[in-house]
Design a protein around this ligand. Structure first.
Ligand code: M6R
Length: 624
């Protein structure tokens, strides 16, 4: 849940580190810091409780003259409150070994006790500090601290100390380590937390995510678990924690750095909402053959025997991705394939219910969500094959899965997931149609209709986005409400959940998504005069029932804002209408979610919330 970066090269390191940290802030933003080694082997360390802007100011007030290597960190607190003392980088007792870390060191208490007995003094409440003292202890054991000589002679000692320490740490970590006595190298270790290397010309990078260095290079190596990288200005070497050499072929990232910038929008979230037509296009591209009514196997590569033989599908995911999974269930079951959906964090007990005859689909934008990755391991252990639907090349999930379907939505920076969600749903349609064709549970003509209608969706999302100003007015008017209710039925029920999640996470108000038919079984009691109730009421097989539920809410004083299409509008009586284009009922979530995302955005804007970096959250939840 934190972002780490390292840089070694001829440019001004603080600028590169600070810029990289800004791009990683979506991973956590309660405190941050940098550490650099100057040519005289002195350490330059700056940390703040707060955002990267504050760190930037601190650095500007006392700049380092020149620097060789540096590391930086932006934090989402797990162990220890957000404070300057707990901010990374952390130093050892000598003040010469420095670590930044993302993840959780599970055996830190045990290590801390041992290290304190050996005389180490801890200065923070973090688990990370155990790692830096452990490296110091290993250096001592190698009898090197007192040795003089130039940095190059000590490099093997530094490497060996970090290697031994990494092998002793339990839990998850992506770490970058520097030692003032070795100013020409950064050591980076990965175990269950993302870590990538950026290969430049006469400069190299270490980071949690490629967005941190894309401006400088697109050549990337995705490290494996249990590996260590020796990063120098002109070379990078890879080793296992056992000290064996490892090989990597760099890949060239197709994203460019401007894709991770705001491009004139006030917030990433708004930009990403507007990118959704392109997101759906990218997810569908090359995968649909509407003329034949089939779906290409390219990139999916699921064996046809598996597709034909599975008795069911198990979807696991968290948060917004879980809601995409719920839409997926309706779609798969529409084509006759039984599907279960579970929160990855609640999957443990259900893992034994899957086996070789069930395909597990793990959905995750980042591909790094710890709960999802653990659930995948449990499903695998039960004999199920894993298909990952993800947006992130080289992510941990892609390595754990047997098959991967990329959504190709481009980097999503706003903490509130929008374009990734729409890409995940689009991927569900591609898969479900493909399965139905292969399993013979759909007529060719119907498959063709679905494929053709899906291909129209990007243009229809553009039309839905044209309602932005009207949505902003409604949102602004009701933004003072303390409670919001979202209701829908059938395939739009997950969209009600998603609408409520969006507003909760960026506006900090209470919101509930409910199955419209369930309201009268209890929750209708919460409705009070003028409470905003957003109801998805587009043309569907359940429209009459939804219309009835809207009447029930109105009778209790609710102010109903209905998401309708031109046809359904005539059958619904609401205080406000938000009109979306009409499509097939089964595809409607791709359109109905758009106004709810905009609604949440404008409520948060009216409340002056920090939309892209909501309190208490981080984009990528890499702890369980
Ligand atoms: O990266 P993932 O898709 O696995 O993330 C899962 C959730 O943490 C994520 O969707 C979260 O709920 C979003 N912040 C919601 O907008």
């Amino acid at each position: 849940m934190c972002g780490i970066i390292g840089y070694i090269g001829g440019k001004k390191s603080t600028d590169i580190l600070v810029d990289g940290l800004r791009r990683l802030e979506y991973r956590g933003y309660d405190s941050c810091g940098v550490a650099l080694i100057d040519p005289g082997q002195a350490l330059y360390l700056k940390r703040v409780s707060g955002r990267v802007d504050a760190l930037d100011k601190l650095i500007a007030s006392d700049p380092i003259k020149k620097s060789a290597a540096g590391i930086g960190h932006t934090r989402w607190a797990t162990h220890g409150v957000p404070s300057e003392d707990n901010a990374h980088p952390h130093t050892d007792c000598s003040g010469q070994v420095v670590v930044v870390h993302n993840g959780i060191i599970e055996n830190y208490l045990e290590l801390k006790e041992k290290l304190e007995k050996a005389g180490h003094r801890f200065k923070s409440e973090t688990d990370t500090e155990a790692a830096v003292h452990l490296v110091e202890e290993k250096i001592k054991a190698l009898n090197a601290t007192g040795r003089s000589g130039d940095g190059d002679q000590l490099e093997p000692v530094f490497f060996e100390a970090v290697r031994r320490a990494a092998a002793e740490l339990k839990g998850s970590f992506a770490m970058a380590v520097i030692w003032a006595k070795c100013p020409n190298m950064i050591l980076a270790a990965r175990q269950h937390s993302p870590l990538v290397i950026g290969l430049g010309n006469g400069e190299n990078f270490v980071a949690s995510d490629v967005s941190a260095f894309l401006k400088h290079t697109k050549r990337t190596v995705f490290m494996n678990d249990g590996e260590l990288a020796v990063v120098k200005k002109d070379s990078v070497g890879y080793f296992t924690f056992q000290g064996k050499k490892a090989e990597h072929d760099p890949v060239t990232i197709q994203w460019d750095s401007t894709m991770a910038e705001k491009g004139g929008y006030k917030h990433f979230m708004l930009k990403e909402i507007h990118e959704q037509p392109g997101s759906v296009e990218n997810t569908l591209r090359g995968r649909l053959l509407p003329l034949k009514g089939d779906v290409l196997q390219r990139e999916i590569n699921l064996p046809s025997e598996l597709i034909k033989s599975v008795k069911g599908v198990q979807i696991i995911a968290c948060g917004t991705a879980y809601h995409a999974g719920l839409v997926g269930r309706y779609v798969f079951e529409n084509f006759g394939l039984q599907t279960s959906v579970d929160f990855a964090s609640e999957f443990s007990d259900r893992a034994r219910m899957v086996g070789a005859d069930v395909l597990t689909i793990a959905v995750s934008q980042s591909g790094e969500t710890a709960d999802t990755i653990y659930a995948v391991r449990e499903a695998k252990a039960s004999g199920s094959k894993i298909l990952a639907i993800t947006n992130t090349l080289g992510s941990t999930l892609t390595r754990e899965a047997d098959f991967v379907l990329y959504t190709h939505c481009g980097p999503e920076i706003g903490v509130a997931s929008t374009k990734a969600f729409i890409g995940q749903i689009a991927a569900m349609y591609v898969l479900a149609i493909h399965f139905a064709v292969m399993r013979g549970t759909i007529f060719d003509a119907d498959a063709r209709t679905y494929a053709n209608e899906l291909l129209k969706i990007p243009r229809l999302i553009e039309d839905a986005l044209e309602g932005e100003k009207a949505i902003a007015r409604v949102a602004d008017r009701v933004s003072g409400s303390e409670h919001f209710l979202f209701i829908a039925r059938h395939i739009n029920f997950p969209i009600a959940l998603e609408g409520a999640l969006k507003i909760k996470e960026i506006s900090y108000v209470h919101a509930e998504g409910y199955a419209a038919g369930e309201m009268k079984h209890g929750p209708i009691a919460i409705i009070y005069k003028n409470m905003p109730v957003l109801a998805v009421a587009t043309t569907s097989s359940v429209l009459d029932l939804v219309a009835g539920n809207i009447e029930e809410a109105k009778a209790r004083g609710a102010e109903v804002i209905a998401i309708v299409d031109e046809d359904s509008r005539k059958r619904i009586k609401a205080s406000q209408y938000i009109v979306v284009p009409k499509t097939l009922e089964i595809l409607s979530p791709l359109l109905t979610v758009v106004p709810l995302q905009l609604f949440a955005y404008f409520v948060a804007l009216a409340k002056k919330c920090d939309i892209d970096k909501p309190r208490n959250l981080a984009k990528s939840v890499t702890v369980r």
